[in-house]
Structure formats: C-alpha cells, structure tokens
Design a protein around this ligand. Structure first.
Ligand code: CP3
Length: 392
C-alpha cells in the first residue's frame, strides 16, 4: 500500500483541545471546569460494536487494516458522544516486537503468544541486535490508520498515539506472553545485565522512531505504557526501567527536530508516562522529572500522595480503580467522589491551592466485563462532581 506522511495543516481544526491544554500545563485544574477525560482501552471488548467487528476479523487484522482500526477507534467517541475528550488509536504495544521480526499471535482466551520468544543473549544478538529495523515500512499501517482517523475525527477530540515502555516489551519478548512473575525476564536482567541493556536500548530506539512517525502521521499526544514497571526492586526500576523511559522523549524530540522545517516543522506533542506500580515517593518524583508532561497513576495511591511527590509542572492522569466499573452505580459514585472531593482528592487538593493539572482516567485499562452503560455513568458522574466549586 501507498502511504506518505501528510502535511499537518491538511487536518481539520481541533475543536476540543482540553486534553492538550491540561497536558501542556496551560490549563491548570480549575474548580467548576471539568478536566479532560478519557478511558484507557476505551475501544475494546466491553463494547458490543467492537465484538461485532472482531467476529469477522482477527485482532491483528483489525490493527493492520486502517479502515477497521479507524472504525474501532471511533466507536467509543460515537457511543459516548460529547463525554470523552480524547481518542486513542486502536493498535497494540506488541506491533513493535512484530516490526522487529518476532512473530506474535493473539490467542482467544489466552492473550498474546510468541511462538518463539528470545531464549538467551546469543539468540537476542542474532534476532534483535544484529538486525536493522525499517520502522517506517514495518509500521506504516499504523501511520495510515492514524492519518485516516485524524481526518474522520473531524477535529472533535485529539488523537493519542502510543507505544510500550522498553521493559514491558522486553518482558513479553523473553517470556513469550503474559506472566504473573516475569521471572525469565528478571533472571535475564540479573544474570546478563549487559545483554538486557543492549536489548532495552534497541527497543527504545525503535520505539522512539515509531513515536516520532506517529506524530508525523497526525498523533497529537503520545503515551508510553510501562505496564510491568511494578515487577522489579526500586534499584531494578532505576537500572532497567527509568533510563529507557527517559530515553524515549529525548529521542522523539531529536527525531522531530531533525526533520526539514519546510514545508512545515513538526513540533513535539505532550507525552505521558504510565509506569504501572511505580508509585513510591522516589519513583513518582523520578517519573515527574523524566521528560514527560504527564504522569499516569494506577489506583494504589491517593491523588494527594501523588501530588505531594511529583513536580507541579506535570499533570497527573488517573486514578480511578477500573474494577469499580464492575461494582454498579453506588460504587462508581463513591470512587468518583474519592478522586474528586474525597479528603485526598484532586479537587480538594486544588481547592487548598495545590498546583498541577489533572486528566481523568482509570488507573489501568477498562476490562471486558464492564457494561458500557456503567462506563457512561462513570463519565457523567465525573462531570457532575467536577462542575461543583466546593465539597457539598
Ligand atoms: O486503549 C485503547 O483503546 C487502544 C488500544 C490498546 C490495546 N492494547 C488494544 C487491545 C492499547 C493502548 C493496548 C496496550 C497494551 N497491550 C498494553 C498496555 C496497557 C495495558 O493494558 O496494560 C499491554 C500490556 C498490551 C498487551 C496485550 N494486548 C495484552 C496483555 C492483551 C490481552 C489481554 C487482554 O486485555 O485481553 C492484548 C490484546 C488486546 N489489545 C485487546 C485489545 C482491545 C483484546 C484482544 C481481542 O480483541 O481479542
């Protein structure tokens, strides 16, 4: 298929820039003005219209077919019309290992499966380190999906692009799928740290190129999902996770700055780091000074705790417990209350003069068992609580 990056001024004008203003820090959390909101994994199996598409097409076929990826990306925007402030391109973090030459299958009821994961440093040397990756050629189906979706969104909400944190991808590439303990990946890092560092560096370089390309294709904010950031020790986090999370924004900026400025330059959009489980004071503090404009939170800390340990220059994203959407309206109402006007909630802190923006989201992806009407109730409750100027 034919694809070349569009001229960014060919896109429809963005009419709702609340997410971008919060992430850039130009729209602090203001009482009475609902902050931007979106839901991690908002396009997915909890939506019957997604299941309908999946009946006819395999998971990676949807990812690889721009028309289908675009359709599925727009499904939650249509269903929750006016209640969501962002879209996120439908794809998966595992398209990057595929681009690096590893086969990945999505097995029903099991999840991702690598028929031949990396087995040892020699294997990684041969299959990963000694191979050049043509990031544009391998992933242009994602860029085509992003460009088409930017047009179809018609400026309604911004479009988020994403990739995984290098440690999370290393885990999948070594384990061959999901794992409770990630012990093969950890054993590799402890036994052969130099090899682990070389692979992590390679993943980071490919991912940064991929993120820069997504921006050239039309992505307006970038999020890095480091879902497995919780499986190492604090020292392991500082050694194998944080340096590579830091490398991503540095390299993305370098790539974009190196592009010719005519016909027009491509500015670096705001970036979000979601390192699930990295919630100690030291980790929150490091993440808030790692080159990202927004730090994503899981649900295990209070907003006040997170605000206390992060720079007021970053916006925080989260941190509603996704499981609460399985608990019915009273539970949803109580959890929304916790993150807004609870004693340690974002709005309570803002009313006390604590600085810093907030992007409302769950603390991890929405799960398949959620009733879409409960997701709608969640979005409505947030708006209701955030319209208030004080606790009632
Ligand atoms: O957020 C969105 O709406 C965009 C789409 C998106 C998907 N995966 C679609 C998907 C995003 C951002 C991801 C990221 C992703 N993928 C992560 C990081 C975020 C997180 O949730 O932790 C991870 C670890 C993966 C890897 C992955 N992909 C797993 C573990 C699974 C199976 C487990 C599960 O949740 O079922 C997938 C499959 C996947 N990715 C599905 C969707 C909608 C379901 C597969 C299907 O349709 O059969």
């Amino acid at each position: 298929t034919d694809y070349s990056f569009p001229s960014l001024d060919s896109f429809p004008t963005l009419r709702n820039d609340a997410l971008l203003r919060s992430a850039q820090g130009t729209q602090p959390l203001a009482l009475g003005t609902p902050p931007p909101i979106w839901i991690m994994r908002q396009a997915g199996r909890y939506l019957p219209e997604f299941q309908q598409v999946r009946r006819d097409h395999s998971f990676f076929t949807v990812c690889r077919t721009p028309k289908l990826a675009c359709e599925v990306t727009l499904q939650p925007i249509r269903r929750f019309d006016g209640l969501l402030d962002a879209s996120i391109i439908f794809s998966d973090i595992l398209v990057v290992p595929q681009a690096m030459g590893l086969e990945v299958q999505m097995l029903g009821g099991v999840g991702p499966h690598f028929p031949s994961p990396l087995v040892d440093p020699q294997d990684a040397q041969r299959r990963v380190l000694d191979r050049d990756v043509d990031v544009f050629a391998e992933l242009k189906y994602v860029y085509a999906a992003i460009t088409e979706t930017r047009h179809k969104l018609d400026g309604k909400v911004p479009l988020i692009g994403f990739c995984a944190g290098p440690w999370t991808l290393f885990g999948y590439m070594v384990e061959g799928g999901g794992s409770r303990t990630w012990e093969k990946a950890k054993a590799w890092a402890y036994k052969n740290p130099d090899s682990a560092h070389a692979v992590l560096d390679k993943i980071a370089r490919v991912s940064a190129q991929y993120l820069a390309h997504q921006v050239q294709a039309g992505a307006q904010l970038l999020q890095v999902f480091d879902t497995n950031a919780d499986c190492l020790t604090p020292h392991g986090f500082d050694t194998f996770i944080l340096p590579y999370l830091r490398l991503l924004p540095t390299l993305v900026r370098e790539h974009l700055a190196a592009l010719p400025s005519s016909p027009s330059s491509v500015p670096c959009p705001p970036m979000t780091v979601f390192a699930k489980g990295a919630t100690s004071p030291a980790q929150l503090s490091s993440l808030s000074q790692s080159g990202y404009e927004t730090v994503g939170l899981d649900w295990t800390v209070s907003p006040r705790f997170a605000r206390t340990h992060t720079s007021s220059r970053v916006a925080l994203q989260g941190n509603v417990d996704p499981s609460v959407l399985l608990g019915g309206s009273p539970a949803i109402k109580a959890e929304v209350r916790r993150v807004t006007w609870g004693p340690d909630g974002f709005l309570t802190c803002a009313a006390e003069g604590v600085k810093g923006g907030w992007i409302v989201n769950l603390g991890h992806g929405i799960t398949p068992g959620v009733d879409p009407e409960d997701a709608r109730y969640f979005l409505e409750r947030v708006r209701r609580e955030c319209a208030k100027k004080g606790v009632d």
